[in-house]
Unconditional design. Structure first.
Length: 334
């Protein structure tokens, strides 16, 4: 899979003890290096992965080219459309044609899609699609000799809330085809407007021309994390990227409202001007975090620190001094 594929694949491989080969990007196009992907395929390869689009840079992987490798080597190809599934499916109708990315492409065997992102439904209703029933059959589990009766389960997660499924269905019916086409049109137009505006600001450049909804930038004149923290101080909640350093925005419906893009671009221009004119080169918080991460050669140390941080979410302090009968429990996450 490309290095930009979602960490959920790393997580699954860690759980299942599957060797993962991460393929670097072409430094000019920021698309996966197909030659290196071909070389990484062996007789033990069980899956190829492509994103539509990837989270960091918003690029749709060259799915047709990866699918040719899948067909040639008889390896399944999964398209991760979790982020953009409810946009790319409507982009052609919205006036933004795309290259084929789905089961129209020979070699694509499964597609994942999150209804809770641009489908605007509650979390917990994501779906996975298979090219045929034979592939889907491998997802199901059944046990016939359990003392509790015959057991069957359609997914790793087991049963799902009927409430969430009903809410998801209601959301889909409320928006309908026309609703999703219209939101797609607004979101893609807004993303391209932001990309155009950012690309015209001296000191910034696009990491990739946005294919769908994500706009990612970096800088060749200053530490891009300075801009990240400066915009955060103004109320903009963006995402910090690394390898290479960058910042991105995932455009949603709120950004399509009148005046939002103009305000973001104006704030960005102001922040960039202040950064370029400032003589204070003291690192900001985000610059320190990502800068430190880049300098640590053993990334397992960063992983250990991250797990330690998560562990603090579950720590409790028991204080019985106030009332011996009713213990006081305090959650700490500093």
């Amino acid at each position: 899979m490309p290095i930009t594929a979602h960490p959920a694949f790393n997580k699954a491989c860690s759980y299942l003890k599957i060797k993962l080969r991460r393929i670097p990007l072409n430094p000019q196009t920021h698309e996966v290096d197909l030659t290196k992907m071909r070389r990484a395929i062996t007789k033990n390869t069980c899956l190829l992965v492509a994103s539509a689009p990837c989270f960091p840079h918003g690029a749709i992987d060259p799915i047709e080219d990866i699918a040719k490798l899948a067909v040639q080597y008889n390896v399944p190809l999964h398209v991760d459309a979790c982020l953009g599934g409810f946009l790319i499916a409507f982009m052609e109708r919205a006036g933004f044609p795309l290259k084929p990315f789905d089961f129209r492409v020979e070699g694509v065997t499964s597609i994942s899609c999150d209804t809770h992102k641009y489908g605007f439904a509650p979390k917990g209703t994501s779906v996975i699609l298979y090219r045929n029933e034979n592939l889907r059959q491998h997802q199901f589990f059944a046990l016939a000799d359990w003392p509790g009766g015959i057991y069957g389960s359609p997914s790793i997660a087991g049963s799902r809330s009927g409430y969430l499924i009903a809410c998801c269905w209601a959301t889909l019916m409320t928006y309908g085809m026309e609703g999703y086409v219209e939101t797609t049109r607004k979101i893609v137009q807004t993303a391209r407007a932001i990309a155009q505006g950012w690309s015209e600001i001296d000191g910034l450049y696009l990491l990739h021309q946005p294919d769908v909804c994500v706009v990612a930038i970096s800088s060749d004149k200053f530490n891009i994390y300075y801009l990240f923290d400066a915009l955060h101080a103004k109320g903009w909640h963006l995402i910090g990227l690394q390898n290479p350093p960058g910042v991105h925005i995932a455009v949603t419906q709120i950004h399509t409202q009148e005046g939002v893009v103009e305000q973001l671009l104006e704030d960005t221009r102001q922040c960039v001007t202040e950064i370029l004119q400032s003589n204070n080169k003291k690192d900001t918080v985000t610059a320190v975090i990502y800068g430190t991460n880049q300098k640590v050669p053993d990334k397992s140390l960063i992983c250990d620190m991250t797990k330690l941080y998560i562990s603090t979410w579950y720590d409790t302090n028991l204080d019985t001094s106030k009332d011996q009968n009713v213990p006081h429990v305090e959650m700490t996450a500093e």
